[in-house]
Write a protein that binds this ligand. Structure first.
Ligand SMILES: *[C@@H]1O[C@H](CO)[C@@H](O)[C@H](O)[C@H]1NC(C)=O
Ligand SMILES: *[C@@H]1O[C@H](CO)[C@@H](O)[C@H](O)[C@H]1NC(C)=O
Ligand SMILES: *[C@@H]1O[C@H](CO)[C@@H](O)[C@H](O)[C@H]1NC(C)=O
Length: 204
C-alpha cells in the first residue's frame, strides 16, 4: 500500500503583504493547484477576518510536502506551520470504535457557516485507560451524530498529540455551544479541554 501522509498547514500572510493580501491569497490558491503532482489537497480554507489560509493535504512523502511549502513561500511573505495529522476515523479505529462508524465520510461541508475548532485535551488526574475510554465514547457519539445526519463535519487528530482539528457546519452558533456542552468528553473532563474557534470559508 502506498504511503499516505496527511498534513494540516496553517499559512499566515505576514504584515509586509497586508496591502496586497487578496493577490497573495490568489497566488497561494494557484500554487496549490500547481502542486497536484506532489499532493492531493483535501481542503483549503481562508480564515474569516484574518490573513491566513488552512490547507489539509495528503502527500506521499515529507519531501513532497516540502516541495509544496516551498512553492507556497514563493507567493509572498508567509509563515507556514505544518502539523502531521491522522483522520478522525483512523483515530476512532485505533480506539476500537465499530467499523460501521469509521468508514470514510460520505457527506460534505456546506459552504455557509463553517467553523474551525481546535480542541486540546489535557488529562489531569485521569489514567491513560480512563482517557482512552472517554475518547472512545466521544468518537462514537460524534461519528454516530454525523452518520445520522444531524452533524456535518470533518475532523482530524494531530499525530501523537491530544489535539483535534474540527471543521463543522454550525448554522446557529448558539446551538452549537449547547451541543458542545452535551458532548461526552465535555461532560467528563470539560475543565481539561481548551478550545479555539474561528470562522472559515472555502478557498476557491
Ligand atoms: C484551481 O483549480 C480549480 C479547479 O481546476 C479552478 O476552478 C480554479 O480556478 C483554480 N484556481 C486558481 C487560482 O488557479
Ligand atoms: C483494541 O482492541 C485490541 C484487540 O482486542 C486491543 O489489543 C487493544 O488494546 C484495544 N485498544 C483500545 C484502545 O481499547
Ligand atoms: C485530583 O483528584 C483528587 C481526588 O479526586 C482531587 O482532590 C484533586 O483536586 C484533583 N486534582 C486536580 C488537578 O484536578
Amino acid at each position: 500500500m502506498a504511503v499516505s501522509l496527511l498534513y494540516f498547514l496553517l499559512v499566515t500572510i505576514l504584515p509586509q503583504n497586508y496591502p496586497n493580501e487578496p493577490a497573495v491569497v490568489t497566488k497561494i490558491a494557484t500554487a496549490l493547484n500547481d502542486s497536484t503532482a506532489d499532493g492531493n489537497v483535501l481542503f483549503k480554507f481562508t480564515v474569516a477576518g484574518e490573513a491566513s489560509v488552512i490547507v489539509i493535504v495528503r502527500v506521499r512523502s515529507n519531501a513532497a510536502l516540502d516541495r509544496i511549502t516551498s512553492r507556497l513561500r514563493c507567493t509572498g511573505y508567509l509563515e507556514i506551520r505544518s502539523q502531521p495529522i491522522i483522520t478522525y476515523e483512523s483515530h476512532a479505529r485505533n480506539l476500537n470504535v465499530s467499523a460501521d462508524l469509521t468508514g470514510p465520510y460520505e457527506g460534505t461541508l456546506q459552504p455557509e457557516n463553517i467553523y474551525w475548532f481546535n480542541l486540546r485535551v489535557d488529562y489531569n488526574n485521569k489514567t491513560t485507560e480512563e482517557l482512552l475510554d472517554i475518547w472512545k465514547t466521544e468518537a462514537e457519539s460524534f461519528l454516530g451524530s454525523r452518520k445520522s445526519g444531524s452533524v456535518r463535519a470533518v475532523a482530524f487528530k494531530n499525530l501523537g498529540e491530544r489535539e483535534v482539528q474540527l471543521f463543522i457546519n454550525a448554522p446557529q452558533p448558539d446551538q452549537f455551544d449547547l451541543l458542545l456542552f452535551n458532548t461526552p468528553i465535555v461532560q467528563a473532563i470539560g475543565s481539561d479541554i481548551r478550545a479555539m474557534s474561528k470562522g472559515v470559508l472555502f478557498l476557491n
